[in-house]
Design a protein around this ligand. Structure first.
Ligand code: DGJ
Length: 737
């Protein structure tokens, strides 16, 4: 058998051209991608199908595979076409598992069998072209592997090279496969004010569908999954995970087949889907990222966090370190303090207090535009309300700058209130089925961003707003999901294109704004965490995880959030107590420490804070500034889970060169006098010495001021016996000596 050539060697001999992360064995027709500690292997089997062969820990450079062999069928009921783990299976030829692609040809033929046609080299991987066995329907599968993390980006381009239109009814970005085994599936579910619930279940034969049919990502499920071999474990065991980069309706189907093998197929949600591909047209799917860790759920999250920071989040200005996503400015946001009742004087009063606390950015939320007194009017009319701001935004922005902060503003560009000038002028601009009711949510309708004129309107008003005002940051909100998703300007057969065109136009507006205003940063908010995914994160510097700012609830939400997303983007405001949602009272220190676990912000009515509260917040903001990069960009260890009624929880982060670590400890409610458990730290350099400094709270009096990484990891950190009670929090930093 021929050895797999390395890419560099092949370039020299001129035999094949492939990227360094990839090899192709021309004899066995096996593709292999290597990156980080991961290998991904697939090949052209004897029948011409693309078959997945291996996904897991990195294999030896000399290891080889024979040509892929289709799996056996199972009696006369399951053909090899359905039992073979295909990279991208067309629906046809006896496929019973989830297809990657399903089409209808104009003559009624719905049989699609894709075979390997050719491949070409890309900088980071390979593009493989497949073709139907008989008709000119082509699919190019794109593979690009990150050399550092081994995270693989997969997507597909579907192309009609025929002379008649084809309707695509179902199109995945990718399908992933795991061999028969016992697995635990992890995914994130929720609702408004209750996002980021980690759901863990044993995989059983059948399909588990996680999806959004709402036109957007949704609070109810997030496009992320992780499958762990055996039972759930934070620190050990194999984990395969994936995240779909799409902010429209999406679906991930996790399927254990009758032979216990697992397939995960994800992409556009096929529900109500139908994309007409005219001759010569192409459809690009979103990207489905997939990764592997041998170090449990914690290892998987850390890989994903670093990948998001290095490769997904926008890199703004400058070079080197500067270009990388910077820790988020500590913000003040006006929403919970003033709601719609914003005025120049009121916002300036808040800004003065925010500056005194050491806040970096002042953000004015909803209420500043049109006739926006409450949520019944104004959306769509993006002029500054002259009663509230008689001299425009300039006096407020100038004041904010004079106080040493930059200025951010709330917008909700894709929405319109029927009570607005925009709607009165363009009632046809909303998603709707003519002659049918238009369902309002929060008294608003969704503008059909798929329409070129609506897209132009949205881009123009945002460009004007950013050109005329010195704005550093937009909080981009989206407060309802779709209903009646009609696009009546198109012929009936074409109208379902809205599911693709809307989201593509959203991305194109964001890309254009980024080009015209490269320094302006963005937050993705959708009534909290309704639009968080790797698609929007190419444009958004941060997200608003939830409208629920209760500091205790937030600990569980933040815990769930970090399974899929980095704390870098996880905004967390300190708000007032008792909390409006749960009526729970907590101390300011507890609220601050809960928010400091992510990207800290203040959202309370700080004009009412007394001197002591101002001093506490100021001290903790200053302490946070000193260690923020470690907290939000370091390797995170979820030491004690807050879930399932846990009495305690704790997280720890370690920066890249292991010179600093930050630990957060929380008590929900002490029971039977139990002391906080001895906390064995992780990820430190065992040989280095680290000094322990309290940010808040006390360790046991005999705790050494300086000890080795080995001490902190093996002996552990023991809290003082007084650390008991309800809603208590402590934080420490460790600095290498
Ligand atoms: C929903 C957001 O999640 C809140 O933070 C706030 O911006 C409101 N919308 C404003 O209407």
């Amino acid at each position: 058998m021929m050895k797999a050539f390395t890419w560099a060697a092949l370039l020299v001999t001129g035999v094949v051209a492939m990227a360094q992360t990839a090899t192709f064995d021309t004899t066995t027709k096996v593709f292999r991608l290597n990156g980080g500690n991961v290998s991904y292997v697939f090949g052209v089997n004897e029948r011409g199908e693309l078959q997945q062969m291996y996904w897991g820990g990195r294999l030896g450079a000399e290891d080889t595979f024979p040509q892929a062999k289709p799996m056996m069928g199972w009696a006369s009921f399951d053909s090899p076409y359905t039992t073979t783990p295909q990279e991208y299976a067309g629906w046809g030829a006896g496929l019973f598992v989830e297809p990657a692609l399903k089409v209808t040809f104009p003559d009624g033929n719905r049989d699609l069998v894709l075979h390997y046609a050719s491949h070409t080299v890309t900088a980071s991987g390979v593009d493989v072209v497949m073709k139907d066995i008989e008709r000119p329907l082509f699919v190019t599968l794109h593979y690009a592997m990150d050399p550092a993390s081994g995270i693989l980006a997969r997507s597909a381009t579907i192309e009609n090279r025929g002379t008649t239109a084809v309707t695509v009814e179902q199109a995945a970005a990718a399908a992933w496969a795991l061999p028969a085994g016992h697995y635990t599936l992890n995914y994130l579910t929720g609702r408004w004010a209750g996002e980021w619930t980690l759901t863990q279940e044993t995989l059983h034969p059948g399909a588990r569908v996680i999806e959004s049919r709402r036109g957007t990502t949704g609070h109810q499920a997030n496009p992320w999954f992780a499958i762990q071999a055996g039972g759930p474990s934070e620190d050990s065991g194999e984990v395969w995970f994936g995240a779909l980069a799409w902010s429209g309706s999406w679906r991930i189907t996790v399927e254990q087949d009758q032979l216990d093998a697992v397939r995960v197929t994800g992409g556009f949600n096929p529900f109500d889907f139908g994309y007409v591909l005219h001759p010569g047209e192409k459809l690009e799917t979103p990207v489905f990222y997939g990764g592997y860790s041998a170090h449990g759920m914690g290892g998987a999250s850390r890989l994903l966090h670093h990948f998001e920071i290095a490769h997904i989040l926008p890199h703004r200005i400058g070079t080197g370190e500067d270009a990388a996503p910077k820790p988020r400015p500590v913000i003040y946001n006006s929403w919970e303090a003033t709601e719609f009742n914003v005025t120049e004087a009121g916002q300036i009063a808040l800004a003065e207090r925010a500056a005194a606390l050491g806040v970096d950015r002042f953000v004015m939320d909803d209420g500043w535009f049109g006739q926006r007194k409450d949520d019944h009017a104004g959306l769509g009319d993006w002029y500054v309300n002259p009663q509230k701001f008689p001299h425009g935004l300039k006096p407020l922005i100038d004041k904010v700058h004079a106080l040493g902060m930059d200025f951010g503003l709330w917008v909700e560009p894709e929405m319109v209130n029927p009570n607005s000038d925009l709607y009165r002028k363009h009632p046809d601009w909303v998603l709707n089925f003519p002659g049918r009711p238009r369902t309002e949510q929060r008294n608003q309708l969704v503008l059909n961003l798929a329409r070129p004129d609506v897209k132009e309107y949205v881009l123009d008003f945002l460009d004007k707003l950013l050109t005329e005002n010195d704005i550093a940051f937009l909080k981009w909100d989206y407060n309802r999901n779709w209903s009646e998703p009609g696009w009546d300007q198109l012929p009936p057969a074409e109208q379902k294109k809205v599911y693709v065109a809307f989201t593509e136009n959203l991305y194109s507006i964001l890309a254009e704004l980024h080009k015209r205003h490269p320094k302006v940063e963005l937050e993705s908010c959708s009534g909290g965490g309704g639009r968080v995914d790797l698609g929007i994160l190419r444009y958004a510097d941060e997200v608003w995880p939830s409208d629920n700012t209760d500091p205790f609830d937030r600990l569980s939400q933040q815990y769930g959030f970090t399974y899929a997303y980095t704390p870098q983007i996880m905004m967390a405001w300190v708000t007032d107590s008792p909390h409006w949602l749960n009526k729970r009272s907590t101390s300011l220190t507890y609220r601050m420490l809960s928010s400091m676990e992510g990207s800290l912000g203040i959202g309370a009515d700080i004009t009412k804070w007394n001197n002591e509260e101002m001093a506490t917040a100021k001290r903790l903001i200053a302490a946070y500034h000193q260690v923020q990069r470690t907290i939000v960009q370091g390797a995170q260890y979820r030491l004690i889970s807050p879930l399932n009624g846990s009495e305690f929880s704790a997280t720890q982060t370690v920066n890249q060169d292991q010179s600093q670590s930050v630990v957060f400890l929380y008590i929900h409610s002490t029971q039977e006098g139990r002391l906080f458990p001895l906390l064995k730290l992780k990820g430190l350099d065992p040989k280095a010495d680290y000094a322990l400094t309290s940010i808040e709270g006390k360790a046991m009096p005999d705790t050494p001021a300086v000890a080795s990484g080995a001490w902190w990891m093996n002996h552990g950190l023991q809290m003082d016996g007084d650390f008991r009670g309800d809603f208590q929090a402590a934080a420490f930093r460790l600095d290498r000596k």
